[in-house]
Write a protein that binds this ligand. Structure first.
Ligand code: ADP
Ligand code: MG
Length: 447
């Protein structure tokens, strides 16, 4: 049995790593790792179950020193870890794949349709998408050699299609001989329906199975399409068995799709990467990039203002820029905060208010402003403490759906003190980029 100490050491390593990496990287790489009981009663090593071999490389490339600090080490100073690959349902149930016949050359029936704006250079990177972007770039450089299949999942409008097309472009431009197909799941189904109607299914099968790279968008549309699912799965297996690259996007992780165990297992086999909602800084960078593409200049503070109010979907950020561009041209005005409020207010989202408590706000403000919670609750008038306290009140008014009286009471103050604090902060934020960022950071910690 593994000693409690080793398990505890791993937990401590995870806690350490969590603080030193982005949430997305943590969720993608570290969270899926499990500690197994050691078969040899050894306390000198630890057995880690990993979903794929890339996790091992990632762990050793990025955390070797820290692993040595937390876990047992070998005589040669390496972390004493035994890696065990997790058995997927597929690996457990199915014999190894049979080699397939060499592909038959077939002309591409139509040109790959890619959105001309979806290049890697136009994809702004931040902690929420760094991981998936680097996996995508790895594939675009060396298809079939690393993560295969790559499964990208995440909410609407977060850039999954953008990345898929960016891979397509990069491959088309740099490896001209490759046979690439980039297709939505709906189009795949339509192709299949057409070829059934025209009695040309064999031709279609041959075509798909002769590809070097298959990029499939929105696999969730394969749910509840049983007949098509089977054909897709056959194509998928045929390509994977020849080491041909497959990339799939989806709005959910494989395990949550209502698809057969066989195909879910296949999709989980390679690298499953999540693309999250971008943080404030990334949203600002995206906004500025999109504005530049449209020839619109937006001051940094205005970009911040928009990014603070539109936070869950990049497509909406784009919509905001389009609308702003139109308003500026029509009214012949420069971009300003007033114009933004006037033209975009209905696009602005309000943060969910219910879950935030004064307690949480104090914690977040105390961490960002580096003051003690007891000072925030106290009466000290030291400049730093007073400012942090006012920020806490400002955030409480903004984020808590309660009367000013109630909010005041939680701070041991009157409602007019809260109002005064809010006015002061609104005034101070104007022209104070540093304070604006600190407040944004508190908000982010709370959401
Ligand atoms: P999804 O397929 O995830 O629903 P899309 O790829 O269609 O999202 O992206 C929606 C829009 O947002 C596209 O115009 C895309 O260019 C843009 N977009 C999303 N993420 C980014 C990003 N990180 N950088 C630049 N543009 C982005
Ligand atoms: Mg899409």
């Amino acid at each position: 049995m593994l000693t409690l100490d080793t398990r505890e050491a791993w937990t401590q390593f995870l806690q350490f790593a969590k603080k030193h990496t982005s949430k997305t990287a943590y969720e993608n790489w570290l969270a899926p790792i499990r500690v197994l009981d050691s078969p040899s009663d050894s306390v000198e090593s630890i057995v880690l179950e990993i979903p794929n071999v890339f996790v091992k490389t990632y762990l050793l490339d990025n955390y070797k020193k820290d692993l040595c600090a937390f876990l047992p080490v070998t005589a040669t100073g390496e972390p004493a870890i035994e890696f065990v690959l997790k058995k997927t349902t597929l690996q457990q149930k199915e014999p190894p794949p049979k080699p397939v016949a060499p592909p038959v050359e077939e002309e591409l029936p139509y040109k790959v349709k890619l959105n001309p704006l979806y290049h890697f250079e136009n994809y702004i990177e931040g902690p929420s998408n760094q991981f998936v972007k680097s996996a995508a770039m790895g594939i675009a450089t060396r298809p079939g050699c690393s993560y295969n299949p790559l499964f990208i999942h995440g909410g609407v409008g977060l850039g999954k299609t953008h990345l898929l097309h960016a891979m397509g472009y990069h491959l088309q431009a740099n490896q001209k001989k490759l046979r690439i197909q980039c297709i939505t799941t709906e189009a795949f189904i339509n192709d299949l329906v057409d070829s059934l109607r025209n009695k040309s299914v064999d031709k279609m099968k041959r075509f798909y199975r002769s590809l070097d790279v298959l990029l499939v968008d929105d696999i969730q549309f394969l749910q509840n399409r049983l007949n098509f699912e089977e054909e897709f799965c056959n194509t998928f297996e045929s390509l994977i068995n020849q080491n041909k690259q497959i990339v799939i996007t989806s709005d959910k992780p494989p395990g949550q799709l209502k698809l057969s165990e066989r195909i879910v297992g296949r999709m989980e086999w390679g690298l499953v990467a999540h693309v999250g909602t971008p943080d404030l800084e990334t949203r600002v960078a995206i906004l500025q990039h999109k504005a530049e593409q449209k020839g619109l200049h937006i001051p940094h503070s205005v970009a911040f203002f928009i990014a603070e109010h539109i936070f869950s979907n990049v497509r909406q950020l784009e919509g905001a820029i389009n609308r702003l561009t139109a308003h500026c041209r029509l009214l012949g005005q420069e971009v300003s905060e007033e114009l933004v409020e006037h033209s975009l207010s209905e696009l602005f989202q309000t943060a969910p208010k219910q879950r935030v408590s004064v307690e949480n706000i104090l914690k977040s403000v105390s961490a960002v402003f580096e003051v003690r919670i007891s000072d925030l609750r106290g009466t000290s008038r030291t400049k730093e403490i007073a400012l942090a306290r006012q920020v806490a009140m400002y955030l409480a008014k903004e984020m808590i759906d309660d009367s000013l009286m109630m909010i005041g009471a939680s701070f041991g103050k009157t409602h007019s003190t809260i109002l005064h604090a809010c006015k002061t902060i609104v005034g101070k934020v104007e022209g104070n980029e540093g304070l604006r960022r600190q407040i944004a950071l508190c908000r982010r910690n709370l959401s």
